[in-house]
Every structure is written in structure tokens, then in C-alpha cells.
Design a protein around this ligand. Structure first.
Ligand code: LLP
Length: 421
């Protein structure tokens, strides 16, 4: 469910006509619905209300400050993966005691900053990382709380690039290593091992892989209990899938119903790290048609958004629905297959392939749906294209929440050495 709907003949974001926004903001731009964002957060919060979990929004999905601010105002915590994300989180006034930090490659500097800022937990992914956290904590004369990320080794039906719990993935620790670490706690004078973490992958539409993973962790936690180890946290990660095409993902309620019986038995504080579920359908990419190019083989609809703006189709062959801002464009005509492509010099620069589309013309506006997660956050300056603007509709008004970059921004920080002058 989301708040991008046709009212009359025109696609709206909540009550605001998208074509009106496009009169003020150059395309391409990302457009977010505040209401959809909050609705999804509350769907999850309500579904899990019986255990009152800490919901840490995974900010890699969308780290726009306004998006983050909207969520933390409602009590969300944040799942971070870098010093940059910590910086942004603190900038918007996030409570460090609601920040958890994953990533397989935390640097010395990042660890120091996170300890100094007193985040809730590190999700540790390797033994040398744990050693480094211990050393840094020692130097800072602090004792820090740590969860160990366990790779439960479950198969997940999703794109290979976003499955993270197979035995041969780089993420997390295997159970034997985790057991070893818990039984050799003494050598870690400055860390408290107080939790376990999993994140089995992304865009998962069924509950059974979660249940399988949770069961593996539950038996493990029981074993630890027998050995006298008391944990406080179990972080079940993110990964809840959304509808891009014809998926029938579990609802927040369905997911909660499936996993709650297992989670309740554990009697631990549960942490969730949803990203896509909260912001995926809360955002679209608005793009303008530049040219229609008919070749002997194909029709190309060339638009002003490229793979630098939205890389998901190029990287994962991801499907995003593409809607005309004016609905009658689609309804009144015979549709013909076309590739919707960007201006970038790569054949992978497409938003859709072989998509039934009406006859469009230069200046028509299109909405690339489901672009709120891993859209802007994965954008780049490839082909020296400034990153586009981000806009949010809040209670009937729209706000530019990030200005489009300028050409000047493109050269920021670049230096021509004297010898070349
Ligand atoms: N927690 C951890 C430790 C993660 O690595 C991730 C995502 C999440 C939570 C949030 O997962 P979500 O709820 O959003 O599925 N760029 C890809 C997705 C990569 C996901 C990386 N990790 C895409 O565009 O589909």
C-alpha cells in the first residue's frame, strides 16, 4: 500500500499533483510520501507490539536526513554500516542508544567514533574485528556491548547479490566460532558479548527462511543458557520483501504471526532492522521523456534518469513498474513494447526492458515506482551527472529535502597538482 494514486487523470503523491511538483523541480527527482513512510513503520510496530521490539531503520536503504528525521521522531532507532551513516544519524539527533552498527569492514576510526558516541551495540562479523573493538575500547577505557552476527547458513529465494546467509557469504560468523568466542570471553576484557544478530538477506517474501534461521539461533541460545551465558538482545535483521511486480509478500502482521511464537520463547529484547519494507514503496523516481527512438529492432524511450540515478535494474535486473503521470496516456492507446533507457553510455543503462508502453512524446513524465529504497542511496555521479533532487510530500505540501547537485559539486574536492598546471 502506498500513497501514489491517480486522482482524476493525474498521478498524485498523497494529495499533491506530481506534475505540479515537476513544474518547480527539474526531472529527474525522487519523491517520497511521508504518510507512506510512517504507515509502514507503524504497520511493523503494531504487528510486533506484544514484544515491543527496538525497530532500527536500516539507513543504507535511504539515508536522506528528512526521511531519517521523520522516522526517529516516531521512536525508530537506526541500523548503520559506516562512519558516514553514524555522522548522518547524529546530525539528525538520533539517540545513540538506539543505534546498532553492522558491516564486515569497520575501520579503527569508525569503531572509535562509535564507541565515543556510545552507540547501543556493535554487530560483530569476524574475530579480528572483535579483537580490534576490544583494543580500541581498552584505549578509550571503556567497556562496549557487542552482538555477534551469526551466519545461520539458510537458503533464501532472492537475488544472489542480496542473499547473505549462505555458508559461502562474507557475512557473520559460523556457529562453532561463536561458541568458541562465548567460551573464551575472558580474553576480551573490554567487550560484553550480550547479543546475537542475523540478517539473512533482502527482498524475502516468505517467512520460512526467517523461521528456519530463528530456530537455529534459538537452539543455540538455549545451549548458551545451559553454559550459564545470559544474553540480552536478539537482532533478527531486516529483509522483508515488498511488491515490485506480482510478488505476494507476507504482510507485517503475517510475518509477526509466523515468528512471534519463536521469539517470545527466547525472552530477549528483540531488534528489527527493516529498510526496504519501510521506505521502498514510499518513494518513486520521476523522470521526463527526452526522445522516442524507433529502430528496425526496437523502440527506445529515452528518459532523463539513468543508471546513475537508479542502478537496481542494471545491477539486479530488478523490475520497477513505470507509470505515466497522466493516466489517459496508458488507457487510450494500444501498448507496444519498448526499452526505457537513460542517457548513459552503457547498454546496462535501462530502467525497463521490453515493457508494454503507450506512444509517448518528449516532455511526458513517467513515475518509476518502488524506488524509495536503494534508489537515491545507491546513486552516483557516473558520466559526470549531478545527483538529482529529493522531494517529500508532508501533509499536503511538498518540500525539496535535497537539492540537485550542481556542476560545481561535481568537482568538489578534486585537485589538479601543480606539475600539471
Ligand atoms: N540489516 C543488515 C545487516 C543489512 O545488511 C541490510 C541490508 C538490512 C538490515 C536491511 O535490509 P532490507 O530490510 O532493506 O531488506 N541494494 C539491494 C539491497 C541490499 C541490502 C543490503 N543489506 C537492493 O537494491 O535490492
Amino acid at each position: 500500500m502506498h500513497e501514489f494514486k491517480y486522482i482524476g487523470n493525474e498521478l498524485h503523491c498523497e494529495t499533491v499533483k506530481i506534475s505540479d511538483i515537476a513544474k518547480k523541480v527539474d526531472t529527474p527527482f525522487y519523491l517520497y510520501s511521508y504518510k507512506t513512510l510512517l504507515d509502514h513503520y507503524y504497520k511493523l510496530k503494531k504487528a510486533f507490539s506484544s514484544i515491543n521490539p527496538l525497530i532500527c531503520f536500516s539507513m543504507k536503504a535511504n539515508s536522506n536526513l528528512a526521511v531519517l528525521r521523520a522516522l526517529i521522531k516516531e521512536g525508530a532507532g537506526l541500523d548503520i554500516v559506516s562512519g558516514g551513516e553514524l555522522y548522518k544519524a547524529l546530525r539528525i539527533g538520533a539517540n545513540p542508544k538506539r543505534i546498532v552498527y553492522a558491516s564486515v569492514g569497520k575501520t579503527d576510526k569508525e569503531i572509535r567514533e562509535a564507541i565515543k558516541n556510545k552507540i547501543l551495540l556493535f554487530n560483530v562479523e569476524s574475530v579480528p574485528e572483535l579483537d580490534l573493538i576490544n583494543t580500541v575500547a581498552q584505549k578509550l577505557k571503556r567497556k562496549v556491548d557487542v552482538s555477534l552476527r551469526i551466519n545461520p547458513g539458510v537458503e533464501v529465494d532472492t537475488h544472489n547479490f542480496i542473499a547473505t546467509a549462505r555458508q559461502d557469504n562474507k557475512f557473520g560468523l559460523d556457529l562453532d566460532t561463536v561458541k568458541f568466542l562465548f567460551s573464551n570471553l575472558k580474553r576480551m576484557s573490554n567487550v560484553n558479548l550480550i547479543g546475537v544478530h542475523i540478517h539473512i538477506g533482502s527482498q524475502i517474501t516468505e517467512s520460512h527462511p526467517f523461521i528456519e534461521a530463528i530456530n537455529i539461533i534459538s537452539s543455540f541460545v538455549d545451549e548458551l543458557k545451559k553454559d550459564g551465558v545470559r544474553l540480552k538482545y536478539f537482532n533478527i535483521g531486516g529483509g522483508l520483501g515488498i511488491i515490485y511486480r506480482e510478488e505476494t509478500p507476507q504482510t507485517a502482521q503475517g510475518f509477526a504471526k509466523a515468528v512471534l511464537p519463536y521469539l517470545k520463547k527466547l525472552r530477549l529484547k528483540i531488534i528489527l532492522e527493516p529498510g526496504r519494507f519501510i521506505c521502498g514503496n514510499a518513494g518513486i523516481l520521476v523522470t521526463g521523456v527526452l526522445y522516442i527512438k524507433d529502430t528496425r529492432f526496437k523502440r527506445f524511450i529515452i528518459v532523463d534518469a539513468g543508471m546513475n540515478d537508479l542502478i537496481r535494474p542494471a545491477l539486479y535486473d530488478a523490475y520497477h513498474e513505470i507509470l505515466p503521470i497522466v493516466e489517459s496516456k496508458f488507457k487510450s492507446q494500444n501498448l507496444e513494447k519498448a526499452d526505457i533507457v537513460g542517457p548513459i553510455c552503457e547498454s546496462a543503462d535501462f530502467l525497463a526492458k521490453e515493457r508494454p508502453m503507450p506512444r509517448l512524446e518528449s516532455g511526458d513524465l513517467l513515475a518509476v515506482m518502488g524506488a524509495g529504497a536503494y534508489g537515491f542511496s545507491m546513486s552516483s555521479n557516473y558520466n559526470s551527472r549531478p545527483r538529482c533532487a529529493e522531494v517529500m510530500v508532508i501533509r499536503g505540501k511538498f518540500y525539496v529535502v535535497k537539492k540537485a547537485e550542481s556542476y560545481k559539486d561535481l568537482v568538489k574536492g578534486e585537485i589538479i597538482p601543480k606539475v600539471l598546471r
